[in-house]
Design a protein around this ligand. Structure first.
Ligand code: DLZ
Length: 163
């Protein structure tokens, strides 16, 4: 599946008064911080533009993307948190480290969401180069942080409809 020509930040959601009460946790990896900082900025701006209150966005940092699932689990365990967004950037290097980190992170993030029955979103870029990452962190391919924030709100809306 190629996203070469797709702007990841093509959003469709409208502001909803229900969003005002949501408390969203965001876990951000410190590796490739120029990229993850831009993902965080995009997610924050988007959430607030749709009505989520700044005081209801709880941000924590973890060392790297490998730690994102545990960071997400710490947040998901807080009764007040409705959804968690994980933000990271793993860039392919010369060794197989990339595969281990990406696989563990993706599976771990999925596991936390299923265990806690809340949306836990995988906002992690997995790219060959830093340039590709920057293009997806506020560059020509949009901002994966925005996409992750929209996913969190869409999943919360679905949950509210069903429960
Ligand atoms: C070790 C490592 C490497 C090589 N590359 C990245 C990366 O591109 N992106 C990222 O988020 N983290 C990286 N890490 C750190 C691991 O995620 C993790 O923090 C360490 O292995 C310690 O568990």
């Amino acid at each position: 599946m190629s996203t070469q020509h797709k702007n990841l930040s093509t959003t469709s959601l409208q502001a909803d008064k229900a969003f005002k009460k949501y408390c969203i946790g965001i876990v951000v990896a410190e590796w490739n911080t120029d990229v993850t900082g831009a993902l965080l900025a995009g997610a924050m701006e988007y959430l607030q533009s749709l009505g989520v209150k700044e005081k209801n966005i709880i941000i924590h940092h973890v060392p790297g993307s490998f730690e994102l699932p545990l960071g997400a689990q710490f947040l998901a365990a807080q009764k007040s948190i409705d959804a968690v967004i994980t933000l990271g950037c793993v860039i392919q290097g010369e060794t197989r480290h990339f595969d281990f980190i990406c696989n563990a992170c993706a599976q771990g993030v999925m596991d936390v969401g299923l265990a806690f029955n809340i949306p836990v979103v995988f906002g992690v870029l997995t790219t060959n180069t830093q340039e590709q990452a920057l293009e997806r962190a506020g560059g020509k391919h949009g901002n994966k942080g925005v996409e992750a924030a929209e996913t969190a709100l869409k999943m919360l809306s679905l949950k509210a409809k069903l429960f």
